[in-house]
Each structure stands twice: as C-alpha cells, then as structure tokens.
Write a protein that binds this ligand. Structure first.
Ligand code: M7G
Length: 333
C-alpha cells in the first residue's frame, strides 16, 4: 500500500546541513505537442521532427530535424538536463500533494515513483538552433581517442584546421559588446588588453551553488587558446584568476579554495576564456585530458615564456571528428 499522497512526508526530509543531492537519473524527453510551442524559440515543426537521442547519466541530447514553411530542413540540438535538487525546496517536494506510486515494498524498504509538481520538476533546456553539423557532432556520444600534439603538430595540423573551420564566436562578441547577457555580468575589467568579462556559463541555471559554473571571456580578440599564450599575457591571466575568484566569493560566498579555475585544450570556441566551476561539481570537461588549471598555466609561463609553444599537449578527440582524421592522415594518431 502506498502512503496517502496528501500525507506530509516530513520524516523523510534530510537533516539540515546535509549536502544537496545530485540527480543521477536520465530521462529521455521529447516535446510532442504544440502546447508549450509559443514559449520555445522559433523552431519550425517542433514536435513533429525526427529526434536522435544521446543520453548520459543526468542529461540527454536530442538532435531535432525541423521542417520550415518552405520545406527546408534544419537541425536543432536540444540538451535536456536534470538539475541538482535544491535543499530548501526538498521539504516542499515531500510535503506537497505529490503523486506517489508504490513500486515495491520489502521489509523496511520501499521504492516509489514520485511525480513532482511542475514548479519542482525543472528540466534545464538548452537549444542550439539552427545547429551546424559540427554542433551535432559535438553533442553525439562517440568513441574518443587521445592525441598528443607537439608544437609542430599544432602549426601543421591543428592551426590550419581551426582556421578553416571552427564554431562562430559571435556569442562571445555579443557578451563583450553587451548585446547579449549584459544583465548577467558578474564582474568586468574594462582594460582592452588585460581585461575580461565574467558571466555565468550557460551550463549553469544559477538556482543552486553545487554546480556553479562561470566563464571569463578575455576582451582582446587575438588569443585563440592556450597555444597562443606567452609571458606577455601573464598580467591578463593573473587579473582573471584574482579578480574572478574575488568576484565569485563576493557574489556567491564561495571561497577561492573551493573553485576549480581552468582552461580547456582543445576548447570548442577559439576565443580565449577561463572556466570557473565549483570544486565539488564534476563538471563536463574537467578531466586531466582537457582541463589546465589557470594557476599552473601562470606558473608555467612565468618559468618559461614560451612553454606552450614548446610542450606537447594531450587531448581527446572523437573518432569521427575531422581533426582526428587529419591527425590520422599525418600518421600522428
Ligand atoms: P569551451 O572550452 O570552448 O568548450 O567552453 P565546451 O563548450 O566544450 O566546454 C565554452 C564555454 O562557453 C562552455 O562552458 C559553454 O557552456 C559556454 N557557452 C557556450 N555558449 C554558446 C554560451 C553562451 O551563449 N553564453 C554563455 N554564458 N556561455 C556559453
């Protein structure tokens, strides 16, 4: 027998101070009807398109093919993510008149399907529309391989490749020029050479600090990635580290020692930026094959101004990525 749904389930409420829990369950969702259509971006044929799902533990990515009014076919990528539970809302979730269905009971153990009310069942949704083939590839799960890139590989393989094709960084320029996300800026340093803008990353919905994620975008437009950095950029990097940490502590009350501050190599967007994530959050891309701690980058450049023009750098590439094929063709992977 399941408990009466109108009975408050207060005894199940976690003790105050207990860490918020992360939802590890994946749900594959697909918008089927036109009910909420007006609230979505202009996605033609939304709900009627074909989907190609790719699920991980708590998120799912869906390629959606939409058909426009004149019959043209356009792709969208839709990323659905279960967000971490918010501790202050847990008691609501358990007290409210939630629908609860008993799944099984055995001795002192029982499991349920709990259907939360809409205000407590947010799914963070990111839409890329229109999406390029490169966006679709980025979000599809693929086999990955490690590549070890020397400086020669960088100049002969990677650089020509990223110059010929990489994601547009228009969204970055929009932030720097305050044409987008201006109201979200957490901190900015206006210096054209050593300045930057700090904004919440769009992976973070800002509802809870567990998965805190911000990015610092440098103002200058001539730095693509770690490979371009020399000792000349130390003042910029030191500003980002010190001011970024201070701003986050001031705004969100998180000490610098609880932040992971790093650059990606390879990044997806070749305009230099730095990631700030909560240390307790297993952020995508924070593994050793991609994340380079900013404090280490600063030390490396202080010890050797041309460190990143000498060192081999390791990163993972998906098997079907054109850059991986280039490394293969050159006998380097
Ligand atoms: P990256 O290292 O180039 O690649 O990071 P990744 O996306 O594979 O991690 C770029 C970062 O910018 C990522 O953390 C994105 O979530 C974030 N990002 C991307 N876009 C398009 C936006 C955007 O429009 N606004 C904000 N605030 N963040 C974005």
């Amino acid at each position: 027998m399941s408990p009466r749904p109108d009975r408050p389930l207060v005894p199940l409420c976690p003790r105050p101070g207990k860490r918020r829990q992360r939802d590890h369950h994946a749900t594959f969702c697909r918008q089927q009807g036109g009910g909420a259509m007006s609230r979505w971006p202009q996605l033609p044929g939304w709900g009627r398109g074909r989907g190609r799902p790719c699920c991980s533990s708590h998120n799912t990515k869906l390629q959606h093919r939409a058909t426009g009014p004149s019959g043209e076919s356009t792709d969208a990528v839709i990323i659905l993510e279960k967000t971490p539970f918010q501790e202050e809302k847990l008691s609501d979730l358990l007290k409210k008149h939630v629908k609860l269905e008993l799944q099984m009971r055995n001795d002192i153990y029982s499991t349920y399907h709990l259907y939360p009310p809409p205000e407590l069942s947010e799914i963070k949704t990111t839409v890329v529309f229109p999406a390029t083939e490169k966006h679709i590839q980025k979000y599809l799960r693929q086999d990955v391989h490690l590549v070890r890139e020397t400086w020669e590989d960088y100049t002969q393989i990677t650089l020509p490749f990223i110059q010929s094709q990489s994601f547009s960084v228009q969204w970055v320029y929009n932030i720097l020029e305050k044409k987008a996300e201006a109201d979200r800026i957490v901190h900015e340093n206006p210096d054209p050479c050593d300045g930057f803008v700090l904004v919440p990353d769009f992976k973070w919905n800002q509802n809870q600090l567990d998965d805190l994620y911000l990015i610092a975008l440098v103002r200058r437009r001539d730095l693509k990635s770690l490979r371009d950095l020399t000792a000349e950029h130390l003042p910029l990097l030191r500003n980002i580290l010190r001011e970024g940490e201070e701003a986050i502590t001031k705004r969100f009350g998180i000490a610098a020692s609880r932040l992971r501050v790093y650059l990606h190599y390879q990044p997806s967007y070749y305009h230099l930026h730095v990631h700030f994530t909560a240390l307790g959050y297993d952020a995508p891309g924070s593994g050793v094959e991609r994340a380079h701690l900013l404090a280490d980058v600063i030390d490396n450049l202080a010890a050797d101004p041309a460190f990143y023009q000498k060192r081999a750098l390791t990163f993972a590439l998906r098997a079907d990525e054109p850059l991986f094929h280039k490394f293969r063709e050159a006998g380097r992977a």
